[in-house]
Design a binder for this molecule. Structure first.
Ligand SMILES: NC(=O)c1ccc[n+]([C@@H]2O[C@H](COP(=O)([O-])OP(=O)(O)OC[C@H]3O[C@@H](n4cnc5c(N)ncnc54)[C@H](OP(=O)(O)O)[C@@H]3O)[C@@H](O)[C@H]2O)c1
Length: 292
């Protein structure tokens, strides 16, 4: 393995929540980071070099990425539209990324899939994630695939959504709220990604990226409120799905609902024993890491 100070890595989706946080953390460790972002989107990247690309198929990318030990593929979509569907983004861009790795002689790819994804998956978002996983597994590249629960930290999408509800003065819980999640801190995700770049034991594995505590959505919202007296309202699932199906701007999209209600939890013990990190609990994050 190369010494970390001679390491160079590329990140797709470098403008996204995970991309920005992981990029910053790796740069702090002395790794050279090339962030790949979309043209015309503007960059808030404060680490390394920035390269633009529309769909990762452009030839000019190859020379920019020579010398990278790994490509961290963090482009993904959890809501689809007619113009930008899961096949195009989650599967199509992953195929382009694999070709790019081969052209630029990058041997390792790290990908974030979804917790609960499996060959028996029945809904579109997870099917596209499974297909992207298969493309990577069959590519011949060294890979680490993480199946992630909710990744939390400053500006994560779940917290942003809950803050929005707090502002409106009512927390909406679809259905019973008894389904569980297993949030993981983005700083810990960055450390795990770093290890998977530098340690052989992460090679060719699919690993659940989950925090130390499982929590029901009801309890998570209660803890998120940190004692603030904001009413929590359980909304009827039929109404929640009706809104998701008929209003593309609704807070809970169809697949947001599917992921929540799917009650997906994973194997934290394996992640802990592989990485030996002292993971933050979601309560540590809510209490000390100032999400807002
Ligand atoms: N955050 C979580 O809790 C979580 C949980 C499970 C899995 N994941 C997976 O982890 C990865 C990163 O998630 P994230 O939270 O960082 O998501 P994010 O903040 O939404 O970032 C996604 C990135 O993908 C890029 N992207 C989306 N559609 C694209 C397209 N058509 N062409 C090129 N780039 C496109 C976005 O580019 P722009 O910045 O230009 O919009 C953005 O940089 C995703 O694959 C996601 O599915 C995340």
């Amino acid at each position: 393995m190369k010494h970390k100070n001679s390491l160079k890595v590329a990140i797709t989706g470098a403008n996204g929540f995970v991309g920005k946080n992981v990029g910053k953390a790796l740069a702090k460790k002395g790794i050279s980071v090339v962030g790949i972002i979309r043209k015309g989107k503007g960059s808030s990247i404060i680490f390394g070099d920035v390269v633009t690309s529309e769909d990762l198929s452009e030839d000019y990318l190859t020379s920019k990425l020579y010398g990278c030990s790994a490509l961290l593929h963090f482009i993904g979509k959890g809501k689809q539209t007619v113009d930008s569907d899961y096949q195009k983004v989650n599967v199509g861009i992953t195929k382009n990324v694999i070709k790019l790795c081969k052209k630029a002689k990058i041997k390792k790819i790290i990908y974030i899939s979804g917790l609960g994804v499996s060959k028996d998956t029945t809904f579109g978002y997870f099917i596209s994630k499974f297909q992207a996983e298969q493309e990577i597994i069959n590519s011949g590249l060294d890979y680490t695939i993480f199946r992630a629960s909710y990744i939390i930290g400053k500006d994560d999408s779940l917290s942003n959504f809950l803050f929005k509800q707090m502002k409106k003065g009512k927390m909406m819980v679809p259905g019973s709220g008894r389904y569980r999640l297993q949030p993981i801190f983005v700083g810990d995700v960055a450390e795990v990604v770093f290890q998977s770049i530098t340690q052989k034991k992460f090679s060719n594995k699919i690993i659940d990226l989950v925090g130390p505590k499982m929590v029901t959505f009801n309890d998570y919202i209660r803890d998120f409120l940190q004692g603030k007296k904001i009413p929590i309202k359980n909304i009827n699932l039929e109404n929640a799905y009706h809104a998701a199906l008929n209003n593309p701007k609704t807070d809970f999209g169809i697949d947001d609902l599917n992921i929540l209600i799917g009650d997906y939890v994973g194997n934290h013990k394996k992640l802990k024993s592989m990485s030996r990190i002292e993971f933050k609990t979601y309560k540590d994050v809510l209490e000390t890491c100032c999400l807002s």
